[in-house]
Design a protein around this ligand. Structure first.
Ligand code: ADP
Ligand code: ADP
Ligand code: ZN
Length: 215
């Protein structure tokens, strides 16, 4: 299964991707997670990306594309993958099509999570992320069993630098201007599936499974 998760920041892409990873045994490829790893390690790429991420702007396509190309060529991605947070521009989507064609692959499902902006602001400003494994929590909607600690690995939870209201509003603006056009792009290709993302985590997972298993 070759899947793209499409949707604004806070729509639940990462949350749902992690559930599908467990269920289907294919890797989640999150460009945001990969970038944050580079930033944490202080690599050259990370230092370049950091200033964009802090402002809620998109990191330049060439940085993203070389990262994705390398990741898609790894062994674990050969039987399928879930792209989370990529592509984010029409130029990235076109580059992905070209890359996949060279690899003899294609996208089968674009799962678009639809959530209104005001709900997204609440979700993102209350999001907490595990420093160790990247698992997401929410102070109200998905609190950890022990405050400040990850249920999965015991790691420390932190608030992402870009999950403050000002940066969130900028990320939503960038989404509407640059990423939302991908809905039409994939609709034309006949691989788009729109899902109501303004439901509980469990209800959304069920809708996704219904699509992937054609129920
Ligand atoms: P969210 O899960 O809230 O949508 P991400 O973790 O996907 O956020 O992305 C965080 C930041 O990383 C983005 O605001 C952007 O600066 C950068 N980023 C992630 N993926 C991409 C991409 N495909 N193209 C450009 N920038 C990206
Ligand atoms: P994305 O990867 O699309 O940016 P996340 O999966 O990180 O989004 O979710 C954003 C925040 O919203 C997290 O704090 C997460 O726990 C919470 N969340 C995810 N799905 C739901 C949902 N269906 N209802 C309420 N909160 C949710
Ligand atoms: Zn963890």
């Amino acid at each position: 299964m070759n899947i793209i998760f499409l949707g604004p920041p806070g729509a639940g892409k990462g949350t749902q991707a992690k559930i599908l990873v467990e269920k289907y045994g294919i890797p989640q490829i999150s460009t945001g997670d990969m970038l944050r790893e580079h930033v944490a390690k202080g690599t050259e790429l990370g230092m370049k990306a950091k200033e964009y991420m802090e402002k809620g702007q998109l990191v330049p396509d060439e940085i993203i594309l070389s990262m994705v190309k390398e990741r898609l060529s790894q062994d674990d991605a050969q039987k399928g993958f879930i792209l989370d947070g990529f592509p984010r521009t029409v130029a990235q989507a076109e580059a992905l099509d070209k890359l996949l064609e060279e690899m003899g692959k294609k996208i089968e499902y674009v799962l678009a999570l639809i959530v209104p902006d005001e709900e997204l602001v609440t979700r993102l400003t209350g999001r907490r992320t595990c420093k160790n494994c990247g698992m997401m929590y929410h102070i109200k909607f998905k609190p950890p069993k022990v405050e400040g600690k990850c249920d999965a690995c015991g790691g420390e939870l932190y608030q992402r630098a870009d999950d403050n209201e000002e940066t969130v509003r900028n990320r939503l603006k960038v989404y509407h201007e640059q990423t939302a056009p991908l809905i039409e792009y994939y609709k034309k290709k006949g691989v788009l599936f729109e899902v109501d993302g303004n439901k509980s985590i469990e209800e959304i997972t069920q809708q996704l499974i219904n699509i992937l298993e054609k129920k």
